[in-house]
Design a protein around this ligand. Structure first.
Ligand code: HEC
Length: 277
């Protein structure tokens, strides 16, 4: 019988490569494709945290108060959201569900008639259950923070990420009045430092299209508003795949299993090798 000539190190390496390919494929198959953020350039990066219950609870509350009037979450049920977010059902229904005829088992089908709203906005506000999977979480996080004043538009606002969007800036009271401004910014030299003239003064040039919120025109500071949108986006990621946190938790066990299995099978391999000598 010919001798199989693979060392244990080769064997483990092969396993690791196979594991690598598997992880890569799974990641690419299931990762939400974020669209590019148009006039904004690259989208701001968003890192969800689905185990942060407080963030998800705040996100749900913002959604139900500011978004649910137009957007449904028609594949989610009220009771499931309350349970997943660990909000006691009585508190949830008393504080966040405004239509008292709704039962925990009902789908979150929204309160706006589709045909009417298409007339009002030109486009019916889409259902948002799966929006984080279609658009990507980076896209949503950027979109909700890049409204700016534009008198030429129907609602007096436009958006850098979704130019010409039919959605009004519903969070303006919180964020304040954001505008595109021009600013003097330092010119950068080739080595990455600021350019200076012969007297040591920084040389600047005018750059336009910078977002800036008019001072104290909103209820929240920039950080507070970013956090509000973080929680809201986090909630939309949860709604897009309620089992995501659970799936990721189990994923670790699977990898753990692979490692144990690799160790056991390499021991077995060693045992078999003994027969050849
Ligand atoms: C007054 C009604 C209204 C409210 C309130 C509203 N939206 Fe919208 N929204 C719209 C309309 C209309 C569109 C469609 C825009 C278009 O396609 O031009 C839209 C589109 C969107 C989209 C893009 C969906 C896609 O894939 O094209 C997202 C994301 C979104 N809204 C999130 C929100 C969030 C989050 C809130 C709460 C803070 C909210 N909306 C509140 C009317 C509304």
């Amino acid at each position: 019988m010919s001798k199989i000539n693979i060392s244990i190190a080769d064997f483990i390496l092969m396993k690791l490569i196979m594991l690598g390919i598997l992880v890569f494929c799974v990641n690419n198959l299931f990762a939400a494709e974020g669209g590019p953020c148009k006039d904004y350039g690259d989208c701001d990066k968003f890192k969800y945290s689905l185990n942060d219950m407080e963030s998800l609870q705040r996100g749900a509350s913002t959604f139900l108060n500011y978004c649910y009037g137009c957007h449904s979450l028609q594949y989610s049920r009220w009771g499931r959201v309350a349970k997943d977010l660990q909000i006691p059902e009585d508190i949830f229904f008393e504080n966040l569900v405004f239509d008292k005829s709704i039962k925990p088992g009902d789908l979150m089908t929204g309160s706006m008639p589709k045909e009417e709203s298409a007339k009002w906005f030109g486009v019916a506000p889409p259902d948002l259950t799966l929006v984080s999977r279609v658009r990507g979480d980076d896209w949503i996080y950027s979109y909700l923070r890049t409204y700016y004043e534009d008198a030429s538009k129907q609602y007096g606002v436009n958006n850098l990420v979704y130019p010409g969007t039919a959605m009004p800036n519903v969070l303006m009271a919180l964020q304040g009045n954001q505008k595109l401004v021009c600013k003097e910014v330092p010119m950068l030299a080739k080595n990455g430092g600021e350019k200076r003239d012969d007297f040591g003064n920084t040389i600047t040039k005018e750059k336009c299209g910078i977002l800036e919120v008019e001072e104290s025109s909103g209820e929240l500071s920039k950080d507070e508003f970013d956090k509000l949108i973080y929680d809201l986006t986090n909630f939309l990621v949860y709604v897009g795949e309620p089992a995501k946190a659970e799936r990721e938790r189990i994923g670790w066990y699977v990898i753990f299993y692979f490692l144990i299995f690799t160790a056991l099978s390499s021991l077995l391999y060693r045992e078999y090798q003994k027969d050849y000598h």
